[in-house]
Design a protein around this ligand. Structure first.
Ligand SMILES: [Zn+2]
Length: 63
């Protein structure tokens, strides 16, 4: 499937963290996290062909 292939390229190794309603089309928008580090890697909606990669490498969390 093309979209899964796109996710492989953009996000790499991942597992599903959460599924919400896409704010654009109302379909499933899936949040992914890395299977080992559990860091969020990105989100995607297969209906919109939308993929966003999260880059937290340069971000310092103040928790
Ligand atoms: Zn969508």
């Amino acid at each position: 499937m093309y979209f899964e292939h796109l996710l492989d390229i953009v996000l790499g190794e991942r597992k599903i963290l959460d599924i919400i309603d896409c704010s654009i089309c109302g379909f499933e928008e899936i949040y992914y996290q890395h299977p080992i580090t559990h860091i969020q890697v990105g989100r995607a909606c297969s209906h919109c062909n939308f993929v966003q990669k999260f880059d937290f490498d340069h971000e310092v969390k103040s928790e």
